[in-house]
Design a binder for this molecule. Structure first.
Ligand SMILES: Cc1cc2nc3c(=O)[nH]c(=O)nc-3n(C[C@H](O)[C@H](O)[C@H](O)COP(=O)(O)O)c2cc1C
Length: 178
């Protein structure tokens, strides 16, 4: 029996992406999953995938059926973290859509009763966010905020509102596994 690991997904959101990565890189026993947009966006923020690869396995979104999600059915993962999560991915998740690697991971985690911790980029009507050139203001629409609220009601799901809370919730979860 292999030791269960943490599955972490990055989507195409620049929202506190560097802070999310800084924390992620402090953790052990993590597999990283990246959406197609996530790969592009990481490059735009000057983040080199090969640096991350040196620390952990990285799965890219290259197949229609998202084969690595089978890992959930074999007990490979104790927790799924999605941070940061785009409006697009959150909207799909709350509709039950699983048509990409990351939306599949969220759906299959739920179906396998594996807890998910999600940091959506739309948590308030007015926010500071990270563009490639620096901080900018963003005004999430009602539909984006409604999707975040709906996700909070999903089973096996914890939604966090900022990076500090993300760190607390992930650490709490890891502590319960010790
Ligand atoms: C530099 C950059 C930053 C972006 N940041 C965000 C973001 O913070 N939130 C968001 O919802 N979309 C953001 N996008 C747009 C998404 O990448 C786009 O909607 C993409 O289709 C999302 O795909 P995914 O959800 O599969 O990762 C950004 C795009 C670029 C180019």
């Amino acid at each position: 029996m292999i030791k269960p690991r943490l599955a972490w997904a990055i989507t195409g959101s620049g929202h506190y992406i560097e802070e999310c990565l800084d924390f992620l890189l402090t953790l052990d026993d993590v597999d990283l999953y990246i959406s197609q947009a996530g790969e592009e966006v990481l490059k735009m923020y000057g983040i080199d995938l090969s640096d991350i690869r040196a620390k952990m396995p990285v799965y890219r979104d290259k197949a229609a059926s998202a084969p690595p999600v089978g890992h959930f059915y074999k007990g490979h993962y104790h927790t799924f973290v999605m941070a940061p999560a785009t409006s697009n991915t959150v909207a799909k998740c709350v509709l039950g859509i699983a048509d990409s690697l990351v939306t599949n991971l969220y759906a299959q985690a739920g179906k396998c009763r594996v807890p998910s911790i999600v940091y959506p980029c739309d948590t308030a009507p007015e926010m500071e966010t990270t563009a490639p050139g620096g901080k900018v203001m963003v005004y999430p629409r009602r539909i984006d905020l409604e999707a975040t609220e709906k996700l909070r009601t999903f089973e096996y799901t914890t939604v966090v509102d900022n990076v500090d809370e993300l760190i607390i919730k992930v650490n709490e979860r890891l502590k319960t596994l010790k």
